[in-house]
Design a protein around this ligand. Structure first.
Ligand code: ADP
Length: 909
């Protein structure tokens, strides 16, 4: 809404001395309108804008400004706050009655006309305003003033109750009037000046009357546009007053009658035209009218009107005819409405239909004009959505700065307390640290929301498909939220139907995110009572389960008219009750989008004061695993010690350096810091310390992570180039992962680094236990697969998910695999046979990434073992066992990758 008003503000009007305020100039009018709405932030903004707006001195412009504000308020009230007003007609009728000085003004006149009459009214007003501008330009020349007076009077004479043909001929005569004015005053003031007045007035009209569709008719009366056409058509019969060279005493030409042939007028009308009687029989039409219905004129005249329109329109026309003389509101006749007609080729076109009763005709008859407005509507839609987006963005920015500042302020405040006094008292220290941690997590979730949202907007969000324990996810979540609910005195329960299996295949993180949003909202908007989560089975096939999730609360509820809007981005229901509740208005928009991605639907039902229920259903694939209980998995690697590991941390951010160092030292790991990529390469290449791992930040000054990795991997010393490298980056976009993989990383961890994820990588590094398998890591290996769920096969769908559906990239990965691994294996075998063990270790290292990149972590695991064991003469036999197992797995993998590659390539076509 602000955009219209802002435009009005920016609109250049002659300078203003007089201050306007709702109180002193139009006290009743605007106060009355503002009083019709409930006090809300938007209405207050509007009010203050009106109050501080300096209205132009020019009375006609002032009236137009008042009209513009009126239309803004009218729209606001009808759309957002229709407590007292249900239709625009009703409000306008009231204005006429209560505020006749506005209601009867020239500016407001078009609001009270329909169809052609509205066009006539606007066109007349257009010429009148142009004449006023001419009068102001030369107030002292008497002859000009007399001529203007005369033309003005003539334009004001509009008989009411005209027939359509009379209206059309009047419109034509206004066109002529306009042409005459254009020519006549062009000779007085110069054509350029007159052209500019016409154009400027048209743009004023487009602004002030933009809510009135008929404003487009102004282009029909602009002489610059139509005079050339008239000339081409040789319409010499049209009469214009002669203008003599002597401007001072212009002779007033007697009016010549314009002779118009009715049929010609109707035939050449830019609208489709139909005339029908009270039984719906079509009595007359023009060619365009017939063409709209894809019929010839003869065919159309055999039809009746009710056959042509969709049932609801025909029905309403029938009712209107039956109640013609009753004082009831007509829905089609006497109005301008929009309807959609479907053409034979299935294309939908939108028409503006204006239907009127020909009261003066001897028999009851009705005129119907149809104008195709599909294009205009598209432009309007685009403009409205652009305006909505702009409005939403500014709301978003103000919400965001609040949302982000709040936790940041807490973090800063608490850190200051700690640095000043906290250290002495362990209790205060602990409390403050908890506060910092809570706020930081909060901040992270806001940033994640924004990232998710931007990914959704860019169509870049993809879902994973992995086995997970549904019961565990749901009950863990409910347990977590129960504490929060209890703090507010609410109870929370969760129930999953027994028929649903424990393990399903899908994206547990996104499911968690959806439920977190819904349960979080339920707690946020409930002050007493309970919250329940229920999961039921909708349907089941051999492969799939369709589950429904219901989150129900006994909270403040959502008004019926707002229930659809809450799913819009950045939307928050405006009410005093939730004014103090924080939020970004993004949660539900993201939730809905995530559910849509899973081909599910999210619906909401609610009653104000009673509570709300959010339901969604999504499908999960059935799992082939019998049970999956993360908590009961043996954790062999974790029993091993990380003590003595040496890690080089390349990180430029001091806080991060501090955090990672603390984290590593708490695990007994030694860490050295490099301030940037170049330093990291230097330290590592110096060979002073034999690092077990390099943690490489991707964004660093001097030399970034990618360059540093490339430099390390290009070294000709094995000990230097084979060091495992873990990329750490806040960048969650697949593109960055791809680049890191290409550079030769072993793992990719997203920032902020989670202790668990880092630990898992380290444990995996030290795990040389032949029987053990690496443990679950929340983070992904470069390929994106979970390190622990060791996989023997390549999951294409998952690879596509991870790489943002970039088929080309996935195909390239598979091709490199097929081309290189057979030769690599040959060379690995040969090296082992001939006891070139160091060379064998290098080859195993190289092969490892080919398998890891495709998510074949089991192969990767055996290669890793070969790589590290074979260098140690006492462990060669062990390494050979791994080689044997690897070879057994390899043939199958190669065949499988080949098949998948062919499938992918054919699907790609
Ligand atoms: P946020 O909660 O961050 O404001 P959401 O998109 O999650 O954004 O919700 C949008 C709006 O929908 C909320 O501001 C609130 O007005 C309304 N809403 C959502 N869930 C509920 C609920 N359970 N009860 C009442 N109102 C709700």
């Amino acid at each position: 809404m602000s955009t219209f008003i802002d435009r009005l503000f920016n609109h250049r009007v002659k300078s203003i001395n007089q201050e306007f305020s709702v109180e002193n100039e139009h006290p009743d009018f605007f106060s009355y309108l503002l009083g019709l709405g409930t006090e809300s932030a938007r209405l207050l903004i509007l009010k203050s804008k009106i109050e501080s707006f300096q209205f132009p001195e020019e009375p006609y412009l002032k009236n137009l400004c008042i009209l513009q504000f009126y239309l803004d308020l009218e729209r606001y009230l009808l759309i957002n706050d229709s407590r007292f007003i249900s239709t625009e007609e009703q409000l306008r009728a009231e204005i006429k009655l209560k505020f006749p000085e506005h209601g009867n003004s020239d500016a407001f006149a078009p609001l009270y006309r329909q169809g052609k009459a509205q066009e006539i009214c606007l066109a007349q007003l257009y010429i009148l305003i142009i004449l006023k501008k001419f009068r102001d330009e030369d107030p002292d020349r008497k002859a000009t003033q007399i001529r203007i007076e005369e033309l003005t009077k003539k334009l004001h004479k509009t008989p009411s109750n005209q027939t359509l043909v009379e209206q059309i001929s009047l419109f034509i005569s206004i066109k002529e009037e306009s042409l005459a004015v254009h020519k006549e005053f062009g000779q007085i003031f110069g054509q350029d000046f007159v052209d500019s007045v016409f154009a400027e007035t048209q743009s004023d009209f487009n602004i002030y009357f933009e809510r009135i569709d008929a404003v487009s008719c102004i282009s029909d009366v602009i002489p610059q546009l139509f005079s050339s056409l008239l000339r081409e058509n040789n319409t010499s019969t049209l009469s214009f007053p002669n203008v003599t060279e002597e401007r001072s005493d212009l002779p007033i030409e007697p009016e010549k009658p314009v002779i118009i042939n009715q049929d010609d007028v109707l035939e050449n009308l830019l609208d489709g035209y139909l005339l029908f009687d009270e039984h719906g029989t079509i009595l007359q039409c023009n060619t365009l009218g017939a063409k709209i219905f894809e019929l010839s004129k003869e065919e159309l005249l055999k039809r009746d009107i009710f056959e042509l329109f969709p049932e609801y329109v025909s029905q309403t026309i029938r009712q209107d005819i039956a109640r013609l003389y009753e004082n009831s509101k007509k829905s089609v006749i006497g109005r301008r409405i929009e309807i959609d007609l479907i053409a034979k080729n299935g294309k939908k076109e939108t028409y503006e239909v204006s239907a009127s009763n020909n009261y003066t005709a001897p028999v009851e008859s009705f005129t119907l004009l149809l104008r195709n407005i599909s294009k205009r509507k598209d432009t309007l839609k685009a403009r409205i959505s652009a305006e909505k987006a702009a409005e939403a963005k500014s709301t978003f920015l103000s919400n965001m700065s609040h949302e982000i500042r709040t936790p940041l302020n807490v973090i800063l405040g608490l850190s200051e307390i700690i640095s000043k006094h906290g250290i002495e008292d362990p209790e205060i220290l602990q409390k403050n640290i908890e506060g910092i941690s809570f706020s930081a997590k909060n901040l992270l979730s806001i940033v994640n929301d924004i990232l998710d949202f931007s990914k959704i907007e860019a169509g870049k969000l993809s879902l994973q498909s992995i086995d997970f324990n549904l019961r565990e996810v749901v009950y863990n979540l409910a347990n977590g939220f129960e504490i929060k609910a209890r703090e507010k005195g609410l109870s929370l329960s969760a129930h999953i139907d027994e028929v649903i299996p424990n393990v399903v295949v899908g994206d547990q993180f996104r499911l968690n995110q959806i439920l977190t949003n819904l349960i979080g909202n339920a707690i946020k908007f409930t002050h007493q009572g309970s919250i329940s989560l229920k999961v039921g089975l909708d349907s089941e096939t051999d492969e799939e389960l369709r589950l429904n999730f219901k989150v129900k609360d006994t909270g403040i509820g959502i008004p019926e008219e707002k229930i659809q809007t809450i799913f819009d981005s950045f939307y928050q229901v405006e009410s005093p009750e939730n004014a103090k509740i924080n939020g970004t208005g993004l949660g539900l928009a993201i939730t809905k989008e995530l559910i849509n991605l899973k081909k599910g639907t999210l619906t909401a039902s609610s009653e104000v004061g009673k509570g709300s229920e959010f339901c969604f259903n999504v499908s999960f694939k059935k799992s082939k695993l019998k049970n999956l209980d993360n908590t009961s998995r043996p954790n062999l690697a974790k029993n091993k010690s990380l003590e003595g590991l040496k890690v080089l941390v390349a990180e430029d951010n001091k806080m991060n350096q501090f955090y990672i160092k603390q984290l590593l030292s708490s695990l007994g790991v030694e860490a050295d810091i490099a301030e940037n990529g170049e330093q990291a390469v230097k330290i590592h290449q110096s060979g002073k310390v034999d690092y077990d791992l390099i943690l490489m930040d991707m964004h660093m000054p001097v030399m970034n992570g990618l360059e540093a990795i490339a430099s390390i991997r290009q070294s000709n010393k094995d000990a230097i180039k084979k060091v495992p490298i873990v990329a750490c980056s806040a960048d969650v976009f697949p593109e960055s992962r791809k680049k890191a993989i290409n550079a030769g990383i072993d793992f990719y961890l997203t920032k902020p680094l989670k202790e668990e994820a880092l630990k898992e990588v380290l444990f995996w590094l030290v795990d040389e236990d032949k029987n053990s398998e690496p443990e679950v890591v929340q983070e992904k290996s470069p390929s994106g697969s979970d390190i622990t769920q060791q996989s023997k096969s390549v999951d294409i769908a998952h690879l596509l998910d991870i790489f943002d559906n970039d088929k080309k990239f996935v195909i390239a990965l598979l091709e490199v695999f097929i081309q290189e691994t057979p030769d690599d294996l040959k060379s690995l075998r040969k090296c082992v046979e001939q006891e070139y063990y160091l060379q064998a270790s290098t080859t195993a290292h190289k092969m490892k990434s080919s398998f890891m990149n495709l998510g074949m972590t089991r192969h990767g695991y055996h290669l890793q073992q070969i790589e590290s064991l074979i260098k140690d003469s006492s462990k060669v036999t062990e390494a050979k066992k791994h080689l044997k197992t690897f070879e057994d797995l390899y043939t199958q993998a190669l065949t499988e990758v080949n098949v998948k590659l062919i499938e992918l390539k054919t699907k790609n076509k």
